[in-house]
Write a protein that binds this ligand. Structure first.
Ligand SMILES: Nc1ncnc2c1ncn2[C@@H]1O[C@H](COP(=O)(O)OP(=O)(O)OP(=O)(O)O)[C@@H](O)[C@H]1O
Ligand SMILES: [Mg+2]
Length: 398
């Protein structure tokens, strides 16, 4: 698939911008702070309903404006779809497909698929577990948009379970009590009721958590070979890049998952429940949920060493890039069509060999959008159509 036309209004630094695009490579070149990333960020937002740079929508709306609009004509198998998003910070965002409003923005997921690599992705290797969880979960959604629903169900359950752990902690914690004062609820009853409610949330958490866990494990199993190949190609065979899953389950089950096994959903659900039982005391003590996909992590290894803390800057960068290229290949094979590949500022950080090899790897993608501060960063073979971006003006260079 590819974007044939991108329009933004009051998005980031742009009052308005209008960018016709074609298949093949398009490069946006310009000095720092001129608005290159802003444009590709808009493309990424249409595909994922989130920015790769910020967690809230407010910074995406041009300073002083009320709302931002992103609109793209997406071509897929020769058919064109117009996707439109209206970002209304503090109020609900709105979306339209072919000019008809859809009930929820989530309905547009899947219309445009992108794989975006940006400097922020270095956090995949160097950052917190949440960065890596977001990577797998975003990829799940890119593969099958219905996972967006499962993911938000899980987040809701987790929030409510944590709220219960906090509010009921005093009741859950106390053991035997003196006889109740007249007119108050007997403590045993209050405790039994809180325990019962906690059981209900354990049930929800393990049911939805097991689905998410299972999907992540399957995804990693599929992604592994693509990662190994992508890293091998970028680094010219310097070392093996691997990814495995670190779960918050009990030791034996966690070891199984780390070894790449993918148990059935029912097995995972039972294991989640059993682990929840085991950590109840600590959870009540701390007032947070200590077990489940929200506590898990991916372990990235390069050769025999963990990437985090050991890999060099260039290696970490290449690893993060390898993960994104692997995601691209996985989606391409899964869906039988090319997502749009976005490479934001990727070349400047790579040595010459890696730049050339990356250029060769992406040359056959249906559409690649590249940003760079200077032409010299991008291998000449890849430059493609070039736009000069300066103070929010985007001009095609002949
Ligand atoms: N909500 C906003 N309203 C107005 N201007 C904004 C907003 N958000 C960001 N900007 C401006 O957009 C500019 C950054 O644009 P962008 O990140 O696209 O730059 P860039 O061309 O990618 O630069 P670099 O080469 O440094 O990556 C900054 O000058 C910033 O002040
Ligand atoms: Mg930039």
């Amino acid at each position: 698939m590819h974007v044939r036309h991108l329009t933004v209004a009051d998005f980031r630094s742009y009052a308005s911008a209008d960018l016709p695009l074609e298949t093949g490579v398009t490069t946006l070149v310009g000095l720092n702070g001129q608005g290159k990333t802003n444009l590709v960020e808009a493309v990424g937002y249409l595909a994922t309903l989130s920015s790769h740079r910020v967690a809230t929508d407010q910074p995406l709306v041009r300073f002083g404006a009320e709302q931002a609009v992103i609109r793209a004509a997406v071509v897929r198998d020769g058919r064109e779809t117009l996707v439109e998003l209206e970002l209304n910070p503090g109020r609900a965002n709105r979306a339209r497909l072919n000019r008809s409003p859809v009930p929820r923005p989530r309905e547009v997921l899947g219309t445009l698929r992108t794989v975006l690599f940006a400097p922020e992705d270095l956090a995949l290797v160097k950052g917190d577990p949440s960065e890596r969880r977001r990577f797998v979960d975003d990829l799940l959604v890119a593969r099958q948009p219905r996972w967006a629903g499962v993911r938000s169900d899980y987040d809701r359950i987790l929030k409510q379970r944590n709220a219960l752990l906090k509010s009921a902690a005093p009741v859950l914690r106390r053991g035997r009590r003196p006889p109740p004062r007249p007119g108050t609820e007997p403590p045993e009853e209050a405790q039994a009721s809180a325990l019962h409610t906690l059981d209900v949330w354990n049930d929800h958490l393990s049911t939805v958590g097991a689905q998410l866990l299972y999907a992540r494990l399957r995804l990693l199993r599929d992604l592994g070979p693509y990662l190994a190949k992508a890293y091998d190609e970028v680094s010219a065979g310097q070392s093996d890049a691997r990814v495995s899953y670190r779960s918050s389950l009990r030791e034996e089950a966690a070891a199984q998952l780390a070894a790449g096994e993918v148990p059935d959903v029912e097995v995972l659900r039972a294991e989640l429940l059993a682990t929840l039982e085991e950590v109840r005391g600590r959870e009540v003590e701390r007032g947070v949920s200590l077990v489940g996909p929200h506590r898990d992590d991916l372990v990235l290894t390069l050769g025999d060493l963990p990437a985090k803390g050991y890999a060099s800057h260039g290696e970490s960068w290449s690893f993060a890039l390898g993960l994104k290229l692997a995601a691209y290949q996985l989606l391409r094979h899964d869906l039988g069509e090319d997502p749009v590949l976005v490479l934001d500022d990727v070349f400047a950080e790579l040595d010459v060999g890696r730049r050339e090899r990356l250029a060769a790897m992406v040359a056959d993608c249906e559409q690649v959008l590249i940003t760079a501060a200077v032409d010299a960063d991008v291998p000449a073979s890849l430059l493609g159509r070039t736009y000069a971006v300066s103070l929010g003006e985007v001009v095609l260079r002949e």
